[in-house]
Design a protein around this ligand. Sequence first.
Ligand code: FO1
Length: 405
Amino acid sequence: MMSKADEVPAECDGIVYWMCRDQRVQDNWAMLFAQRLALKNKVSLHVAFCLIPKFLDATIRQYHFMLKGLEEVENECQKLGIEFHLLHGEAKDVLPKIIEEHHIGGLVTDFSPLRLPQEMLKDVKETIPKNIPMCKVDAHNIVPCWLASDKQEYSAKTIRRKIQDKLPDFLTKFPPVAKHSHESKYKAKLVDWTAAEKSLEVDRTVKPVEWATPGTHAGLDTLNQFCLKRLRKYATQRNNPNAKSLSNLSPWLHFGQISAQRCVLEVKRYRKQFKDAADDFIEEAVVRCELSDNYCFYQKNYDCVEGAYNWAITTLNDHKKDTRQYLYSREAFIEAQTHDDLWNSAQIQLVTEGKIHGFMRMYWAKKILEWTATPEEALETAIYLNDRYSLDGCDPNGYAGKFFT
Ligand code: FO1
């Protein structure tokens, strides 16, 4: 969505892509649009990432993954003659200064349906000079969220057709982000990533995971390995927690280090060999993910019980007074100290690996509801545990997942 895209002030010296959710250079429609705007105006291209010292309940586990990925982005930008700036603080406090001091003529950013990123974007729009056009690009979904549907959808069934009808227009190849041909007078400083990590005000007891190497290159390699070795089992064994058949791509997708569109384009290449598996993956990667964004975008109560459907609220209330055979505190859940070994194993995987097998995550969430005094407390606990331990915490998939399970 653009406010006066083409009216970039004539005397400007550059365009900024304010990177938030989609933390990658290539396969990024927001970056591509920002470069097109910069080339059209024959000016330099800048990427700015505003590092917030504490984002929801994220710990050093998620921040470590994110910062390592951004280090790769800085590297790639340098090779392409694009200035990468790591700014410290809220965008509304740090971006206007950059824009004014360095005669930036246009601001492009990416899209997240969550409350906090939406507020950050609104604050920036209100603080930057009125003559600077600002544009939001949905670089995360294949069909932009607001085009897929103009209202909250009830289920995958109601949104699927709307997305599929638009896929031919949007599921296209990506043009490359090219080496930028206009130098900037405003050179970015090399980032001190160690200092950046030290500046964070986050819980450092939840350690980075070992199984997932951060960054776009590792994400694309994981995608390739999935296509070559696990896709063949995806249709028949993806609900078996003991079978290695999942994509394991969610951390890289969550931080936008790879794009869902790239994953779908790659998996489609194997559709002749593994038709059902490819179709099932595309359903997950497109329909389910777009449904999650749709839910968080149109449902302002996406992270509380009021956001559930009426039938769900009625059922929850009907059973509010049921005697609960088991009741656990948040600490008991964290320490995996319930009577149920299966649930405990899922929680132990979450704490140690930062992920729960997709099929087990439904069981894990439902049992928290069953073993907690009220639905409100259960939801708070599930969101807290997910945001604190899961590599892809603080994500629309997580909030929607609580309700669609
Ligand atoms: N977005 C930012 O613009 N700056 C941050 O410092 C930041 C930290 C962060 C930490 C964990 C996490 O899961 C997300 C984080 N995000 C941050 C948000 C991210 O860019 C996306 O907007 C969200 O994941 C919502 O989709």
